[in-house]
Structure formats: C-alpha cells, structure tokens
Ligand binder design. Structure first.
Ligand code: SF4
Length: 317
C-alpha cells in the first residue's frame, strides 16, 4: 500500500491545493501488486520522524507522500525539503502544498546540518520547494545549507535536488560554487507534457540548467529524473535520454508516477517492471554512467549507495 499524507488539507485545515479544488475528479485506477509497499511502523522510522520534528524540518518524503518512506526512514534516510513547505508552482503531479511561502528561516541551515549529524547520514539529499518569490530563487539559501553541513559533517557527501531557477540569473552559479557532490534537477516528464504536467516550467530551460552545471564544473556529478505513466510516448522518453546525454548528465532515474489525489493528473498507465528494465538497458546504451529505473525509483531513493557506485566507476576509468 502506498503511503500518502493527507492530500486534501494541511494541519491547519487549509486546502493544500486551492488551485486544483475546482478541477473535476480524475479516475484513480487501483495500484498493481508491484507498487505495494510496507507500512511505516519501525523503530527506525519513529527515530527519523523525531529528529526531523525536533529540528523543525520538512521532508519531501512526507510532503510528496513518497511510497518509499517506510523503507527509507527505517534506515534513517530522509530527504530534507528546505525553504518551507509551500511551493510557488502548481505542478499537476505534485503533492507539495501550493501558495505564497513565508520568509526564509535563517536558522534552517544549522538545523539541517544538525539533523544530518543526528541521523548519521553518509550522504544527504537536500531539495526545496520552488521559490519564484525570491530574487535568487533561494540559491544563496541552498549554498548556506551546503556550507553548514560541510562544517558540521565534513565526511558527509551532499546531493542537491534543485528547482529550475527559471529567470533567476546566476542562481545555478551560486549553488555550484558551494560545491555539492551531486547536482540533481529533475525534468519530471517529456516536453509534450510540460503544459499540462509542469506548466510553470520550460523543458529547455531545465536542460540548459543541467548543461550549465557541467560547463562550470565538469567534474561535478549531474543527475536528472523523469516519471512515466503520465501519458508519454516511448519515443519521447528516448528523446529525453538523448537531450540529457547532450547536456552531459551522468545519472538518470526513472520511476512510476503515482497520483497524490483525485484532483491531480491521472495515472495514464502503470508501467510494468520489465519495461523499466528495457528503459534502463537503453539508457546505459546511450551513455549514462548510472541508471536507476523501476516502479518505485525516486531520485533520492538509495541515493547514497548510487553515489558511491558512481564515484567508484569514475575512479576506475
Ligand atoms: S525515496 Fe527519497 S523522498 Fe522517498 S522516502 Fe526515500 S528519501 Fe524520502
């Protein structure tokens, strides 16, 4: 059973997605057997939850209703979502709350670093909501979080999963200058679906962002991911792979889209595991150093192990 937090209202009873409230309900087909996961009940899960709460942090694991939360939190792997719990975009696939966010919490970098230390993370993934309301899109805050983790946990490797920083000049340069080990930015879907699935974003701006990271820091690992099951064609997925390789992206993740609520984009298809295997084989043939493709793949799932393998591969060359 996939784990979802309340997808309709937040803790104060406000609608999480006011912009979707008047949309017609979408069909929600039952999940196939290969999507089902165990419930989050372990002691490790509760420890992770306590550390997250004590440090007043948000995680994408909870806010996005990730199906892997039982497995990841049992191992104390949480992905921090910085700059608040409210996003300025309104993507049709995403469960993160939409609205006007509050001011940045200047103590957040220290809290993220402290939670990283307490969880004992060898590799930490930090993502954020979109902050179109900030002049730099939140790039300096990302840099401050990276610096705080480096200071408190010097042995921990750091992966950032950033927004697209659309129309935010020099934002990507600010984040790259803070030297994360992995720079991840998800394309989410194929270009033909952007207007309906990711209307606030621009496909080629996202490709250019990834290319820019490689231009500035050729040794920095870059990573991107898409969801399947949103109605895309197979050839479009292969085109996305080519576009990402042209931008020098090292690591590709592909996972099944799951619908957070009936107001979200419907699941058009549950892609069977063997098709993920085929996509993985094709992606490797196209030159990615690392590919993770399975129904429950998410960009931060097993990110630490994957990063270690990626580094080993480069060293062996
Ligand atoms: S896959 Fe990522 S987002 Fe999902 S629970 Fe694991 S760490 Fe959190």
């Amino acid at each position: 059973m996939a784990v979802l937090i309340d997808t309709v209202t937040d803790a104060a009873g406000r609608l999480r997605h006011p912009e979707k409230a008047h949309r017609p309900d979408q069909p929600a087909p039952p999940k196939p057997a290969w999507i089902r996961v165990k419930a989050p009940v372990s002691a490790g899960y509760r420890d992770t939850q306590r550390i997250v709460r004590e440090n007043k942090l948000h995680t994408v694991c909870e806010e996005a209703g990730c199906p892997n939360i039982g497995e990841c939190w049992e191992q104390k792997h949480a992905t921090f979502m910085i700059m608040g719990d409210t996003c300025t975009r309104a993507c049709a696939f995403c469960n993160v709350k939409t609205g006007l966010p509050g001011a940045l919490d200047q103590t957040e970098p220290e809290h993220v670093a402290e939670a990283t230390r307490k969880l004992g993370l060898a590799h930490v993934v930090v993502t954020s909501v979109d902050r179109d309301d900030l002049a730099d899109g939140g790039a300096a805050h990302f840099a401050a979080v990276i610096a705080a983790i480096r200071e408190r946990c010097p042995a921990t490797t750091i992966e950032v999963l950033t927004p697209d920083f659309l129309r935010k000049d020099a934002a990507v340069e600010t984040v790259v200058a803070a030297r994360p080990d992995v720079f991840n930015h998800n394309l989410e879907t194929v270009p033909s679906k952007y207007l309906t699935v990711r209307p606030g974003a621009r496909y080629f701006a996202s490709i250019r962002l990834l290319q820019r990271v490689k231009d500035i820091a050729p040794q920095m690992f870059t990573k991107s991911g898409i969801m399947v099951g949103l109605g895309e064609e197979r050839n479009e997925i292969l085109q996305v792979m080519d576009d990402l390789r042209a931008a020098g992206v090292d690591f590709l993740t592909i996972g099944q889209y799951l619908q957070p609520s009936r107001k979200h984009h419907p699941v058009m298809r549950f892609v069977p595991p063997e098709e993920f295997k085929t996509l993985e084989t094709i992606a490797y043939a196209k030159g990615f150093s690392m590919v993770a493709a399975s129904p429950l793949t998410r960009s931060s799932h097993h990110a630490g192990e994957d990063f270690a393998r990626l580094k080993a591969l480069r060293t062996a060359r």
